[in-house]
Design a binder for this molecule. Structure first.
Ligand SMILES: Cc1ncc(CN)c(N)n1
Length: 221
């Protein structure tokens, strides 16, 4: 797709500074240069497990909206693929937590996580349309894809213990999946009325802000 006609690519350029703060956060840079504090990684792991549990109903609500509102059948299949993968993802968190000695039952969500989860919940209502929800979904997945793929690209010094985590979201299949979500969002945005496009852009910015806060929370004491 031509970038000039892609609303999502236009926003990535327009909000470049914020976008870089979300996808090149110091926490991610510390993984890539090998200086990461493992206690920060463990904090991220426990908090992200809580987030992903909340992400499940969010993704299924996007799936439901696509079934109701999209005339393109492949949308549902792509989103269902993402939804189905979440079961494996939760198992991965449990496995990883036991490797790192993180007790997932004893974790209290930090404020940044609670606020992000509340934001996710706000999309599950019927009045939020498919275009806006699909844009949020694309943005959430893409921040992780761009962040973690950077940790395994080029001349990285990512610790061996963290390579599996980085590959989970940084692998090329996940990158392709994010591109498919971007195409869905772009197609919907191109035919959406101006107020919906405006709302979707606000949602894109909010996702970036929540992601930055999530990294901040993970990397601070
Ligand atoms: C905070 C956050 N953002 C995105 C993802 C990718 N699903 C995640 N696991 N956690």
């Amino acid at each position: 797709m031509d970038d000039e006609q892609s609303p999502t690519a236009t926003w990535q350029a327009k909000h470049r500074e914020l976008y870089e703060r979300a996808t090149r956060h110091p926490f991610i840079l510390s993984i890539r240069d090998g200086t990461v504090d493992f206690s920060s990684f463990k904090r991220w792991l426990g908090q992200d497990y809580i987030f992903v549990r909340e992400f499940v109903p969010f993704v299924f609500s996007v799936l439901l909206k696509s079934w109701k509102e999209s005339e393109i059948k492949s949308d549902m299949e792509i989103i269902f693929g993402g939804a189905a993968a979440l079961s494996d993802e939760l198992s991965w968190f449990k496995n990883e937590a036991s490797k790192w000695g993180v007790d997932l039952c004893g974790i209290t969500p930090f404020t940044a996580n609670t606020e992000y989860c509340r934001f996710l919940q706000s999309f599950t209502t019927l009045d939020i349309n498919y275009t806006v929800a699909a844009t949020a979904f694309w943005a959430i997945e893409t921040v992780y894809q761009e962040s973690f793929s950077f940790c395994i690209e080029g001349d990285h010094k990512t610790p061996t213990e963290l390579l599996g985590t980085c590959q989970r979201w940084g692998n090329s299949d996940f990158g392709q999946y994010c591109k498919s979500l971007q195409q869905i969002a772009d197609r919907c945005l191109k035919k959406a009325p101006a107020d919906v496009v405006r709302m979707a852009e606000e949602v894109f910015v909010s996702v970036l802000e929540h992601e930055i806060e999530f990294w901040n929370m993970s990397s601070s004491e």
